[in-house]
Design a protein. Structure first.
Length: 229
């Protein structure tokens, strides 16, 4: 986060390991994807249940884990991103590597697309309800990765995503994105609702934190004068 990107805040990213193969493209302001986005990824953006296209956003998420697709779709939608993400993971083992690696890759892409926090709000907070569930998220574009996540999910799984992986996904994103985030589900009976309200709250908090502030161009939002070290 050491140089301000005055125009496009986007990134295309590939992450290949023995456990997962991920292609990802992200535009923090919605709209088009970067010109170096993988052609196969672009060709698949209309496929799958977690795909949505509008005049301001294009979203396509296919991780192989339906509920994770649903959460990342909600995150992108309410953060105002265009996001294309495709993953082939070792789901014959379990969901851990796929869920973790997708969120690490998304975090890296976020940090790359964001560049510097110069001229940005830096902090963002939001509440998001989903029926009886209510979650709060607070974000700091601090370049100091840290996370505190308390969702208190009760089920073993939601769909094919282990409930223990839901907070771990948020933690993995924070680590790779180099942000501080606090996400708490304050109330709710249904674990699907609790998790989804948390991702939606995080999305709105991120959208606020990454907002460009008119008149603050070139200014570092820190008393230290830097957020790069």
């Amino acid at each position: 986060m050491d140089s301000e990107k005055a125009t496009q805040r986007w990134a295309a990213f590939a992450r290949d390991t023995n456990e997962t193969k991920i292609q990802l493209a992200l535009n923090l302001d919605g709209g088009a994807f970067p010109p170096d986005t993988d052609a196969k990824l672009l060709a698949a953006v209309t496929e799958g249940h977690a795909s949505q296209s509008s005049k301001s956003q294009t979203i396509s998420v296919n991780t192989g884990i339906g509920f994770l697709d649903h959460m990342l779709h909600a995150l992108a939608k309410h953060a105002g991103w265009s996001l294309a993400l495709a993953c082939k993971g070792d789901l014959h083992i379990d969901d851990h590597h796929t869920a973790e690696d997708c969120c690490i890759a998304l975090g890296y892409a976020f940090a790359s697309a964001l560049g510097s926090a110069t001229g940005l709000a830096r902090f963002g907070s939001a509440y998001a309800p989903l029926d009886e569930a209510l979650s709060r998220a607070v974000v700091d574009l601090s370049n100091r990765p840290f996370s505190v996540v308390s969702l208190k999910l009760k089920r073993e799984k939601i769909g094919d995503l282990s409930c223990e992986m839901v907070p771990h996904c948020l933690q993995s994103f924070a680590q790779a994105a180099r942000v501080t985030l606090h996400v708490d589900c304050l109330r709710g009976d249904n674990d699907h609702h609790r998790a989804e309200s948390a991702f939606k709250a995080l999305a709105v908090a991120i959208r606020t934190a990454t907002t460009r502030i008119p008149g603050k161009e070139g200014e570092v939002p820190s008393t230290k004068g830097t957020l790069s070290v």
